[in-house]
Write a protein that binds this ligand. Structure first.
Ligand code: FA5
Length: 352
């Protein structure tokens, strides 16, 4: 390649790049492309001039001219990208760069499970009445789940709670273990460790070997309550639970107590509230009775008090146990308990 040709290439390149820098619109860029890379542009003129060179120089000159063409084409593409994005910014006000003045994207957050929410609400309601919140083991001994609650082995009342034993031998073994069928064993554990006065709430899981349907799950949450002191009467039980119902369901709801049987209380009762759906008129939700049962309750049985070393002549008390999901169902008008355990985000999002 001759020195002249090499100089020419350098000058063309420098001038072309300088001109390209000055192109600020698509039109100017197109004019540059035609003038430099077009069929009658500078590169074509240079390539044509190669045939005038002496045969020895032609090959290196051709290669140099082709390299120049490649470099200028690349510079052209770069400028095209720059101008396109500048024009987008101008017309839409957007670019790849971060616009710190834009409002942030909404962060989607999780929330507490409706069962946790209702447990906290109920615990707070009893807190205001002086009850302390505790928890206890879900794997329980037969002694606590049944025997110390006045339900000896082979007692027919065991049929009320279909148990999930930890292993096959455990039902008849020396230390029979089961998944607790209710939170009532915590009544015994609390009384064994503490002297009266006692006022506790124990929320937690319970398990039963039973088929699931709209109102029954094989695992669910219960909330146990226990109050022991001198001179506690059934009137205290009614007053406390009516206040709970007022806080959770509102002043409009009426409460009703009727006799029921649980071996660890005497007398035993079930508490119902008038149906939120029909205001006690009778409908499908309340089975046309106008009332919905919400918990079992009663005065702690003297045999249970004796079993933990309390003198039933000195101390008396009441206990109660309710299903947390059932209370949440009543509060929110949920028609199927199975929603609580299927982790359907559409269900859960309603309780944010
Ligand atoms: C008991 O479990 C007693 N331990 C309650 C008690 C405590 C009575 C203290 C007296 C003194 P019951 O089996 O009825 O009782 O259950 C209490 C509540 O748990 C029911 O009212 C219901 O709301 C809930 N429950 C019971 N079984 C299920 C189930 N399979 N699925 C969902 N909730 C249930």
């Amino acid at each position: 390649m001759t020195k002249n040709f090499a100089n020419r290439i350098s000058i063309i390149e420098a001038e072309a790049l300088e001109l390209l820098d000055k192109a600020h619109s698509e039109t100017e860029l197109e004019e540059w492309r035609i003038a430099v890379l077009g069929r009658r542009g500078q590169i074509t003129t240079v390539l044509r001039g190669i045939s005038d060179l002496d045969p020895d120089s032609r090959r290196t000159a051709g290669a140099a001219a082709n390299q120049l063409k490649i470099r200028l084409q690349a510079a052209f593409e770069d400028s095209k990208g720059r101008i396109n994005s500048d024009e987008t910014v101008a017309s839409t006000g957007t670019s790849d760069r971060i616009d710190v003045t834009l409002p942030g994207r909404k962060v989607s957050s999780g929330s507490l499970h409706p069962t946790t929410q209702i447990i906290r609400e109920i615990s707070n309601a009893f807190n205001t009445m002086g009850f302390q919140v505790l928890d206890g083991p879900e794997v329980e001994l037969d002694a606590y789940n049944f025997q110390k609650l006045n339900i000896p082995a082979h007692h027919p009342a065991r049929d009320m709670w279909n148990s999930l034993w930890i292993d096959r031998a455990s039902e008849s073994g020396e230390y029979p273990l089961l998944l607790r069928t209710h939170t009532s064993p915590m009544q015994i554990r609390v009384m064994e460790k503490n002297d009266p006065p006692i006022r506790v709430i124990v929320p937690g899981k319970a398990y039963r070997y039973e088929a699931t349907d709209a109102t029954h799950e094989w695992q669910f949450c219960q909330i146990e309550g226990l109050a022991i002191d001198r001179d506690i009467t059934f009137a205290d039980l009614k007053g406390t639970l009516e206040e709970f119902a007022r806080i959770i369901f509102g002043a409009k709801r009426k409460a009703r107590f009727r006799c029921d049987f649980f071996p660890f209380v005497e007398p035993g009762a079930e508490m119902s509230i008038d149906c939120f759906k029909c205001d006690g008129q009778g409908c499908r939700v309340c089975g046309n009775s106008g009332w919905i049962e919400i918990m079992g309750a009663g005065m702690v049985h003297p045999k249970v008090l004796e079993g933990v070393g309390y003198d039933p002549q000195l101390y008396s008390g009441f206990a109660f146990g309710m299903g947390a999901e059932r209370i949440a169902m009543l509060r929110h008008g949920i028609d199927d308990i199975r929603h609580f355990y299927t982790n359907d985000i559409r269900f859960l999002e309603q309780f944010k």
